[in-house]
Design a protein around this ligand. Structure first.
Ligand SMILES: [Fe+2]
Length: 259
């Protein structure tokens, strides 16, 4: 390398190893966020946090602190990853939006979480049909600081990456993702706590679980793989694990059966 060439960071070097996902990788222009957008982030966090201090699992709350999330400003993904990577090898990597399955699984198997950088408008605080940085970072990324959950998500990506083109099996694996990563609950201290990003990042969904009480079943891989769900209504059934080791082993077992 000549002195005139820009030196690549370790994260940029690792991005070069991605093939299917490469067209979707972008830079986060953190300086371009407006004061109004930071205020919207802050309002979103303040809406959710009081409830989460009571009903989120401890691993989520610890992760929130460990990766340096703040109430008053939209996260800088490079700063988040600088705290996250030494813990579990995970990186919150900016992408342009939804990824095709192959690109998504490739990133998970490389411990890179595809992260959108746009933020919902203030008029849609409760719900946004597209993923945004609030759902992706506030909802997902704190759990990536937990070593067992981090290994589970890597294993999930690795297993799914080996199933290219097998639509039925990938649909089953999609259900495992839905009932764990997105809508997972865990029993802690005799209570049901939330860890799924869809519950963490939605005040309404979390309230529904806490106040109305969907049916909570013991986590069962066979049932989860066959359980069809609707994305357009509150979840009437959730699956509770006793530990994160349980979902790690479930991903491995799914790999043995379907991989
Ligand atoms: Fe999500």
């Amino acid at each position: 390398m000549s002195i005139h060439q820009k030196q690549l960071t370790p994260a940029q070097l690792k991005n070069r190893q991605l093939v299917a996902a490469r067209p979707y990788l972008i830079e986060q222009d953190w300086a371009a966020y407006t004061p109004e957008q930071h205020a919207t982030w802050s309002e979103l966090v303040r809406r959710c946090m009081p409830q989460l201090r009571q009903y989120a699992c401890q691993e989520y709350l610890d992760g929130f602190q460990q990766i340096g999330l703040r109430e008053d400003s939209i996260p800088d993904l490079a700063a988040v990853s600088a705290k996250l990577q030494p813990r579990t090898g995970w990186n919150s990597t900016p992408v342009s939006g939804y990824l095709p399955a192959a690109a998504f699984f490739e990133m998970l198997a490389a411990r890179r979480f595809p992260t959108t950088t746009t933020l919902r408008d203030r008029s849609s605080l409760e719900y946004t049909p597209e993923p945004d940085i609030f759902h992706d970072v506030f909802g997902h990324v704190p759990m990536h600081a937990h070593p067992v959950f981090a290994d589970f998500l890597y294993e999930y990506g690795r297993v799914c990456g080996s199933m290219a083109g097998r639509t039925d099996d990938l649909t089953r694996m999609g259900r495992l993702f839905w009932f764990t990563v997105e809508f997972g609950v865990i029993r802690q201290d005799g209570r049901t706590k939330v860890y799924g990003s869809g519950l963490i990042s939605s005040h309404g969904e979390c309230s529904y679980v806490v106040e109305r009480g969907p049916e909570i079943r013991d986590f069962n891989l066979d049932q989860v793989l066959e359980h069809e769900f609707s994305i357009s209504e509150m979840q009437p059934v959730l699956y509770a694990v006793e530990s994160f080791q349980q979902i790690y082993e479930a991903a491995q077992e799914a790999g043995r059966r379907l991989g």
